[in-house]
Design a protein around this ligand. Structure first.
Ligand code: FAD
Length: 465
């Protein structure tokens, strides 16, 4: 075996997964087709749950320092914005931080932890054998590993090669995008939807502005991914009534609303994460967040199975826990694209109505903020008798080495001995609970004898660390 795990794709999800696997000491190679990181940034929004989970690993600080904290964010470009300031999170905002910088930080960290990142290597096929996988590249190289993870984006060669179905909806419209300089930009937070189309203009680092939206007059399906600067000027004039003095484009592109979720996130020794497992319109700025949350769910489970510390049923829980949230995001973004493209009289009336509800009912805004921020994600246990906290999110926890922690407000002398034997840390906390490596409650108790109850729960976890 060349490595225990080959991660195909050195985007943010593949790189973060490599970090997670290395924390457990798993040997991991990342194969990335691009010789070097591209100059453009797709994602800007990093949401609260992602920041919480990065903070658990000690990785949030550079993003928090360099990023811009936005108190509100749009839903389907509605006139009233969703307010994030009331989130019950240490990070009640949307953090604007360019994806290519996040990737650079994750690559540096993965390499420091001992992952091998090979660039200029395009994977063309994967095949499974008895106790391993073979990964073939366009260079003619064949590598062997115990497991392969496809983190190779929406067009995933790993997913296709493994024959995993990717059902969903075909594109019904194109969106335009321009990252440009502007001599007379609108104020921050500008967006508009009217009978001419939809547009948002968002400031980015370096004086750059991202102009993106939907133009019903620019829907010719001629296969072109790019638009011209003149076309973008025309779109601005028509939809926003002025061209903002745009010039010197850094990136001009088009993307569509294809929405798909893989039929399974695991097929034998092949796993899928990030855009390889789910693709959707980038409304709400959640795709990267969703993928990083896949990676932190998968990493500790795959490591435990590889190292013989857990049975494979733990790995199956990756699919059962994460795929429903991929489906949920897919539905949520489809709801937003319906709003963004609602430029007819009925659609505009509906938008006005929803915008009013959002303004008048803070609970509606809170609900949407929690969904976009993914702080409503939970993994309900199969056991109906489990403690109500089981599977719920822990906002803050010190989990730097991706090992669980046993928390309790009082000493648990016997359970502490068991925890230490199993490789689980013990710390003081507000309730007696075991927190999983990805920051969710594994087990909790209100028992009169929490020491005995915790000891028993630890023995039954079925995993050591
Ligand atoms: C315009 C736009 C704006 C967005 N804004 C946001 C936002 O604000 N917030 C947010 O959360 N998300 C946003 N997204 C979505 C986000 O960019 C993606 O969800 C994210 O990039 C997914 O990361 P990934 O690592 O799964 O896949 P990718 O970023 O696609 O990375 C996959 C990597 O695999 C490599 N690769 C592909 N095929 C192979 C192969 N065969 N062999 C080897 N390597 C291969 C690719 O070169 C790439 O580096 C946006 C997307 C777009 C298009």
């Amino acid at each position: 075996m060349d490595h225990e795990v080959i991660v195909v794709g050195g985007g943010p999800v593949g790189l973060f997964l490599a970090c997670e696997l290395r924390l457990a000491g798993v040997s991991v190679a990342v194969l990335e087709q691009r010789a070097e990181r591209g100059p453009h940034t797709k994602a800007m929004a990093v949401h609260a749950r992602t920041v919480e989970q990065l903070a658990m690993r000690g990785l949030a600080e550079p993003l928090l320092t360099a990023g811009v904290r936005l108190p509100s964010w749009h839903f389907g470009f509605l006139g009233t914005k969703v307010d994030f300031t009331g989130l019950d999170s240490p990070y009640p905002f949307v953090l604007s931080h360019p994806q290519n910088r996040t990737e650079a930080l994750l690559e540096e960290h993965a390499t420091e932890l001992g992952a091998t990142v090979t660039r200029g290597e395009q994977v063309t096929a994967v095949s499974q054998e008895n106790d391993g996988v073979r990964v073939e590249s366009a260079t003619g190289t064949t590598r062997e590993a115990k497991w392969v993870v496809g983190a190779d984006g929406a067009g995933s060669a790993v997913r296709t090669s493994a024959g995993v179905a990717f059902p969903g909806i075909e594109p019904s419209f194109y969106s335009y995008l321009g990252d440009v300089l502007a001599d007379s930009p609108p104020p921050p937070g500008f967006h508009v939807v009217n009978e001419h189309g939809a547009m948002m203009v968002a400031p980015m680092p370096g004086g750059v502005y991202r102009i993106a939206g939907y133009d019903p007059a620019h829907q010719e399906h001629d296969g072109r991914r790019e638009i011209t600067l003149d076309e973008l000027r025309g779109i601005c004039e028509r939809i926003a009534g002025r061209d903002f003095g745009i010039h010197d484009p850094l990136w001009l592109s088009r993307f569509d609303n294809t929405t798909r979720v893989a039929e399974s996130y695991r097929q034998g020794r092949v796993l899928l994460a990030g855009d390889a497992a789910h693709m959707h319109f980038p409304a709400g700025g959640v795709g990267l967040n969703l993928g990083l949350q896949d990676a932190i769910n998968l990493g500790w489970k795959l490591a435990a199975v590889i190292q013989g510390r857990a049975g494979e049923e733990l790995l199956d829980s990756y699919d059962t826990e994460r795929r429903p949230w991929g489906d949920d995001v897919a539905r949520h973004t489809m709801a937003q694209t319906a709003l963004i493209t609602a430029t007819g009289p009925e659609g505009l009336a509906l938008r006005e109505l929803l915008s009013g509800l959002l303004a008048d009912f803070p609970a509606v805004s809170d609900r949407l903020a929690r969904r976009l921020a993914a702080i409503d994600v939970s993994y309900p246990p199969a056991d109906p008798g489990a403690h109500p906290l089981t599977g719920t999110r822990v906002a803050e926890a010190d989990l730097p080495d991706a090992r669980p922690v046993l928390l309790s407000p009082r000493p648990l002398p016997h359970a502490s001995i068991t925890a230490t034997r199993l490789g689980i840390r013990v710390a003081s906390g507000p309730a007696t609970m075991i927190v999983r490596p990805d920051g969710y409650v594994w087990w909790a108790t209100d028992d009169d004898d929490p020491d005995a109850a915790a000891g028993e729960a630890l023995e039954n976890l079925g995993v050591t660390f």
